[in-house]
Design a binder for this molecule. Structure first.
Ligand code: FES
Ligand code: FE2
Length: 399
């Protein structure tokens, strides 16, 4: 018998579950849907048509007409209703066929699914539930205080990514990739990194940078921006698909006090199929009242570009990596298994949710070993870059 290669670890990479998550999913800024047109949304293995009616309400119903299967988004609006392009059946915002011009009667049961919608922070959200239950208020997407007046308009980019949404979720506990992937071994040292999972929420709190803030409990969200060190982010998944990240930065200015930048990045995934999703990268910053509109705009351009840039590095990784069900983890890693257990609650019937999927789990990832190592690697990397006449990464191509 021939000798064997040395024993090695085999990656398990089963196909992702066919089921898609129960929860609110973001379709982008509401204004995108307020143009009087029919919008086709590919999601959850089907299509949805979204439009604004004459009363200003946004509607979302199944896109496929149950008469002979035409796409309603290819039709036209007749008043508040959609006229199907194939045989002119008329569908209202509740998904009911209200008229068939060439027939005496509308068949009973001529109804398509009406998708529940919610608007928060000028964004539109749609509810997906394989059991067809309506959402309760406890899973509402939170409203950012003062959002409507105090923040810049959303910058929105949408990326279709051929992989399963779990890749994105894993990011929430991935402490080490900030330094190696996002920071090019120069920046991104997490000096504080904590997670808390409970019910439908999963938190991550990070502090990065040389100066650490004081006068507050670092694990509690809602920190006063005036107290932070270099940077702090308070990030939370509200359900399976809406990541709300409040990113606070202290930017030293050539003269005068530091610029305290209070920004939000929403990362919202919508599965098209179990193997593909659309990622909305939405960014906004809190305006400074003493600045002109133009100054606020330029400041937002700069900061939002950086926020988006980091996510595009993740996108590149998701596009090139494999799915791994059995990652080997080390003592410097965050709680991947616990996070995946939390995420699994959205893929089972509500009656089958197990206590361990929703009970509170907390972890502050110990960085006492990593930080001195990262500092040493940083020195080495800077020397390497200098020798090569290069600057650190920050040159990622916007896709
Ligand atoms: S397919 Fe829509 S009216 Fe016939
Ligand atoms: Fe990342």
């Amino acid at each position: 018998m021939n000798a064997k290669v040395s024993p090695y670890y085999k990656i398990d990479s089963a196909p992702p579950p066919r089921r898609m998550a129960r929860g609110w999913h973001c379709l982008g800024p509401v204004t995108n849907f307020k143009d009087g047109k029919l919008h086709k949304v590919e999601a959850f293995g089907t299509q949805i048509v979204v439009w604004q009616d004459g009363k200003g309400a946004i509607n979302a119903i199944d896109n496929y007409c149950p008469h002979m299967g035409a796409a309603l988004s290819e039709g036209r609006l007749e008043g508040d209703n959609i006229a199907c392009p194939f045989h002119d059946w008329r569908w209202n915002g509740e998904g009911k066929c209200v008229e068939i011009p060439y027939a005496r009667r509308v068949p009973p049961g001529a109804r398509v699914k009406q998708w529940p919608l919610q608007q928060r922070n000028k964004l539109l959200f749609v509810w997906h539930d394989p059991e067809d239950s309506l959402p309760g208020p406890e899973v509402d997407i939170p409203q950012i205080p003062g959002f409507d007046d105090d923040y810049t308009e959303w910058r929105d980019s949408v990326h279709r990514i051929k992989t399963n949404t779990r890749e994105l979720i894993d990011n929430l506990v991935d402490i080490a990739h900030f330094f190696y992937l996002h920071g090019d071994r120069v920046a991104g040292m997490c000096r504080f990194f904590a997670n808390r999972f409970e019910n439908h929420t999963a938190w991550q709190i990070i502090e990065i940078g040389e100066r650490t803030g004081s006068g507050y409990d670092p694990f509690q969200p809602g920190c006063d921006i005036n107290l932070i060190g270099d940077s702090r982010s308070e990030t939370c998944y509200h359900g399976p698909a809406v990541l709300v990240s409040n990113v606070m930065h202290r930017i030293p200015m050539p003269s005068g006090p530091d610029d305290l930048v209070n920004s939000y990045i929403f990362l919202c995934q919508v599965p098209v199929t179990p193997d593909e999703f659309d990622l909305h990268i939405l960014t906004t910053i809190q305006k400074r009242p003493e600045m002109t509109a133009e100054e606020n705009f330029l400041r937002a351009e700069e900061r939002c570009k950086w926020l988006t840039f980091g996510t595009l590095q993740d996108v590149h990784t998701w596009k090139t990596k494999t799915r791994i069900d059995n990652p080997i983890l080390c003592d410097g890693d965050g709680p991947f298994h616990q996070l995946r257990r939390w995420y699994s609650q959205f893929f089972v019937d509500v009656a089958d949710i197990q206590p361990e999927m929703v009970e509170r789990f907390e972890k502050i990832t110990d960085v006492s070993y990593s930080i001195p190592v990262w500092e040493k690697q940083q020195v080495e990397r800077l020397a390497e870059l200098e020798a090569a006449g290069e600057t650190p990464i920050f040159k990622f191509k916007m896709e």
